[in-house]
Write a protein that binds this ligand. Structure first.
Ligand code: UD1
Length: 423
């Protein structure tokens, strides 16, 4: 297994190009199942999660061409398709569940394995099921698979009120509703930028959607969707991750393609910590010229709140801030697995349930570490950039799921980081 070796203590300066959003692309790709015509996604990221979704869509009968110019994903799905999403593929990634809504809308039935994904909590699918059932679907769980069937004549527009603003459930129901009979109104919908991006793509395909990005989304069903070309929105989590690199290591880094509206709550916390974030013509620039960042308290929330997907990276930064910070994780119940690894590097952290108290120390020390999920892994890379000595991050396959060319991007701003190929 490959590892990444980080030798800390170098100041970081320069530019990093931020890729298209993994989480947006993973929702956009299944939208190809809603049309007989081609869907082309530009600014797509090169990640193993995208390969997993490609394999899944191909297993359903879609054509996915090898990525062109490293960024263009051409998808098409004409003719008869398979409606069974197999466990062997779905278990690799929770976002595989995003084929459920489109399959049901197109085929009238779908059999989709319950997903796997990051080990960060129970992550059930009850909210997705509730939404699709409101549209008339009958859904049963048999042998680890969801068996879903639309009523005769297809899904019906409905009032769908979510008990929690689930990102995936909002995407699944929004896609299903584009081809339903009548109008669907989702209330307490998720408001993440990836939802807005999916709505924009579906609209390009001929869907009628209003209110994406607010708590209430209205979707008027149409008879068919057509082909489209759509640019994937910037990855706000990759953006936030690289914005933290100079905060930990010192220096000034411009994140190309970055937009403040994608990371406002996060940027507000950096501001509170005394870190300068400026908008430039090409993106966002973060500078830590001198001084130590101040401790800040952080509570994760659905968008527009502080993203759970940046909690681990923020914790890494707060390990060497001056003072004591409290991080509250409200989205996932088991998302502090990076804490014991950071403690191996000398961090002082106490975890009590969904809350972690971090007492800033002067300096972290390099150590061999590993993590069991994507964002936890990258938090260890960030910590390694600031640490004295060598940090070896194992289980690099987590990073390959969500960070394209991580080593090249960090080396480009002056980090001493290399990937070592294991057995
Ligand atoms: C998406 C993101 C993930 C991010 C998360 C929260 C993708 C591919 N992944 O995941 O990176 O961390 O949003 O911002 O976009 N829940 C239920 N029942 C459900 C669905 C969800 O209880 O039917 C719970 C989950 O267990 C979790 C919380 O709701 O505790 C948030 O889940 P959700 O918003 O659905 O996240 P995902 O779409 O899985």
């Amino acid at each position: 297994m490959d590892s990444i070796i980080v030798r800390g203590g170098r100041e970081l300066n320069g530019q990093i190009a931020i890729a298209g959003a993994k989480n947006a692309a993973l929702a956009l790709m299944p939208a190809t199942l809603l049309s007989e015509e081609p869907l082309t996604l530009t600014n797509a990221p090169r990640l193993s999660d995208i390969k997993t979704m490609t394999t899944l869509l191909q297993s359903l009968g879609a054509e996915v061409a090898p990525m062109r110019d490293g960024q263009v994903l051409a998808l098409a799905c004409h003719g008869a398709i398979n409606h069974v999403a197999e466990y062997d593929i779905v278990r690799k990634m929770r976002a595989s569940n995003l084929v459920l809504g489109p399959l049901l809308a197109r085929e009238g039935h779908a059999i989709v394995s319950l997903p796997g994904g990051c080990a960060i909590g129970a992550r059930p699918m009850d909210i997705h099921i509730h939404g699709l059932e409101a549209m008339g679907a009958e859904i049963a769980l048999k042998d680890g698979y969801l068996h879903a069937r639309a009523p005769l004549g297809g899904l019906k527009g409905a009032q769908v009120d979510f008990p929690f603003a689930s990102v995936g459930a909002t995407e699944n129901v929004m896609m299903a509703a584009t081809l339903a009979r009548g109008t669907t109104v989702i209330t307490n919908a998720a408001r993440e930028p990836e939802i807005v991006d999916l709505a924009e793509c579906l609209t390009r395909m001929g869907a009628r959607i209003d209110g994406a990005g607010t708590r209430a989304i209205t979707i008027e069903g149409v008879d068919r969707l057509h082909g489209a070309t759509h640019p994937v929105v910037t990855d706000r989590i990759e953006l936030g991750t690289y914005m933290l690199a100079p905060v930990l290591a010192g220096g000034a880094v411009e994140c190309l393609g970055g937009r403040l509206d994608l990371v406002q709550a996060f940027a507000d916390k950096l501001d509170e910590a005394g870190i300068e974030v400026t908008e430039t013509a090409a993106g966002l620039k973060v500078a830590r010229r001198n001084g130590t960042p101040k401790a800040v308290n952080v509570t994760t929330e659905p968008f527009p709140g502080f993203p759970t997907d940046l909690q681990a990276q923020m914790m890494a930064m707060l390990c060497t801030a001056s003072g004591t910070s409290v991080l509250e994780e409200t989205i996932f119940e088991n998302r502090f697995m990076h804490a014991p690894e950071l403690m191996r590097m000398g961090a002082e952290i106490e975890v009590h349930g969904g809350s972690a108290t971090v007492r800033g120390v002067e300096r972290l020390k390099g150590a061999p570490v590993m993590a069991t999920d994507l964002r936890a892994s990258v938090s260890l890379i960030l910590a390694g950039l600031a640490a004295e000595g060598e940090t070896v991050v194992n289980r690099v396959y987590h990073l390959d799921r969500g960070y394209e060319q991580l080593v090249r991007k960090l080396s480009g701003i002056g980090a001493d980081v290399e990937r070592v190929h294991g057995q």
